[in-house]
Ligand binder design. Structure first.
Ligand SMILES: *Cc1c(COP(=O)(O)O)cnc(C)c1O
Length: 226
């Protein structure tokens, strides 16, 4: 199946109110061009260098989403153009994003990443950590970041009920933060959850943004990835 056919199939399933991020990590420029020609304008990458390389090559009306874990020393490379950083999980990272946003004279949109899966290895905050971050004077002084919502990844499992429970947990975190910290901010509206294997469940549980890679571009081959 072609990239175009895949995108059309997914668009058909995803409600208009849910934003589709085409996760193009590890995929060659030609495939991104195919997606672009099919109308896709939001791409997700998880490595800074790869994202910068693709940004330079491709049309400038693409919104680039950083979906991977971001190291503070690499923020400066994407700060001038990144549209949304999904994986913010520390005050230190947010501070750096704010600093780099200031240098570029722009406000950088971010999502707070939460740990909702059972797996140990996944990054992310707890609700307590996020509350602490949002209450800190350091955060309140930031002028060049805007928290737009939350992001999370469910456990990689066949157990649908578990995945559903984890997504429901993230939705509850979003609702709590909205009420406590963002009640007056209509732009705090994003719940980024759902990938190729679980986006249907995520949408049922309130996702507003799905990040889909392999169902659009095919399975990834990590053998040749730096
Ligand atoms: C790779 C990746 C995706 C896309 O995964 P697929 O299963 O290929 O759809 C989504 N979110 C994050 C954070 C990823 O790293």
């Amino acid at each position: 199946m072609s990239v175009k056919t895949n995108i059309e199939g997914i668009r058909h399933e995803v409600p208009d109110s849910v934003t589709l991020v085409a996760v193009s990590k590890t995929k060659p420029i030609e495939m991104l061009r195919e997606a672009y020609t099919a109308g896709e304008r939001i791409f997700g990458e998880n490595r800074v260098q790869e994202m910068v390389d693709k940004y330079v090559e491709l049309p400038k009306d693409i919104a680039w989403h950083m979906i991977g874990h971001l190291q503070t020393n690499k923020v400066k490379f994407i700060a001038p153009f990144v549209a949304l950083i999904h994986g913010v999980d520390s005050l230190a990272l947010l501070k750096t994003i704010d600093k780099e946003g200031k240098k570029c004279n722009r406000t950088i949109f971010c999502l707070l990443q939460f740990h909702i899966a059972q797996e140990e290895s996944k990054f992310g905050l707890t609700l307590e950590e996020a509350s602490e971050l949002l209450q800190s004077e350091t955060f309140k002084a930031m002028k060049h970041v805007e928290i737009r919502g939350v992001m999370g990844m469910a456990t990689f499992t066949e157990n649908e009920q578990q995945v559903r429970t984890e997504f429901r947990h993230l939705k509850r975190i979003y609702d709590t933060l909205k009420q406590k910290f963002f009640s007056g901010q209509s732009s705090f509206d994003t719940i980024s959850m759902g990938m190729s294997g679980d986006y249907r469940i995520a949408i049922e549980e309130g996702s507003t943004m799905v990040r889909i890679g392999s169902s659009i571009f095919g399975e990834r081959d990590y053998v040749n990835v730096k």
